[in-house]
Design a protein around this ligand. Structure first.
Ligand code: SF4
Ligand code: FES
Length: 269
């Protein structure tokens, strides 16, 4: 009887990369770029898995691993933001760093990896920044106070389809901060606009509509984010494709809130 041979399984190609990574011990200390070799990297790994491999090697050598944030690794939590070759979340459009695969790079590439750089996002360690300024903007107005009880039937409150689609598009913002990191002014307009817009077009969001926008914009300024000067870099790197139209809605609502003379937007125009 002829011996059956298994078909040879081709070894997956491996990549060799050179990484230049920002290392910074803590908020107070000065940081610097450190170069690492990343060998045996599969093109099918995600960018964060590639960093995991580098970290395993650092730990094996008794060195401090590179600190970076991640949680879902599915593009939904917003925690994994890093600058990759000067672009927030890297070279692939509408893709978070955790969903970016190493096949987007070439064998032998040099890759520069840095944290978000913005005054409102101080560096905690290496690639990890403090994005609690975003939480405080949400706390300032990103809620509704109407008692809504349990979840109503889907069609109990009629919402026109274009409004529902617009609200859904705005609600896709994952609060990653890429828009701030890429903006030359470190403006948080796209993030704030998305949070304002997703409630502004729904019936449930109407009672506080103008108070909300005034409070959130005021908080954005308190947190030392820059102003929007229409560069559009924010939307270009947003992993959820939040469009600049959201900023248009924010500006219109903010003007209405201010024209009515309510500094905290407490009255509905
Ligand atoms: S608007 Fe886009 S880039 Fe900005 S925080 Fe939201 S998802 Fe991230
Ligand atoms: S780890 Fe959650 S979006 Fe990347």
């Amino acid at each position: 009887m002829r011996e059956q041979t298994k078909p040879a399984v081709a070894e997956p190609a491996r990549m060799r990369l050179t990484l230049h990574v920002w290392r910074q011990k803590n908020r107070q200390s000065a940081g610097r770029m450190v170069t690492y070799a990343a060998d045996h990297i599969s093109p099918d790994m995600s960018f964060l898995e590639m960093l995991d491999v580098v970290n395993e090697e650092l730990v094996a050598k008794g060195e401090e691993p590179i600190a970076f944030e991640s949680d879902c690794r599915e593009g939904i939590c917003g925690s994994c933001g890093i600058m990759i070759n000067g672009v927030a979340h890297g070279p692939k459009r509408e893709t978070t760093a955790c969903q970016l695969h190493m096949r987007s790079f070439r064998d032998g590439d040099e890759i520069t990896i840095e944290p978000w750089r913005a005054r409102a996002f101080p560096i905690i360690k290496d690639l990890v920044v403090d994005r609690s300024a975003f939480d405080r903007i949400i706390q300032a107005g990103g809620y509704i106070t109407a008692p809504t009880g349990g979840a109503p039937d889907a069609n109990a409150i009629p919402v026109p389809k274009p409004d529902a689609d617009f609200a859904f598009e705005a609600a896709a913002c994952i609060g990653c901060g890429a828009c701030v990191a890429q903006c030359p002014n470190a403006s948080a307009m796209l993030f704030t606009a998305a949070k304002v817009a997703h409630l502004a077009v729904l019936p449930q969001g109407q009672p506080e509509r103008y108070a909300r926008v005034a409070r959130m914009v005021d908080q954005m300024e308190v947190e030392l984010f820059g102003n929007c000067t229409n560069h559009g870099e924010c939307s270009a790197v947003c992993p959820k494709g939040i469009p600049l139209d959201m900023i248009g809605l924010l500006n219109r609502d903010f003007r209405k809130a201010r024209i009515t003379g309510s500094p905290m937007g407490d009255e509905k125009p």
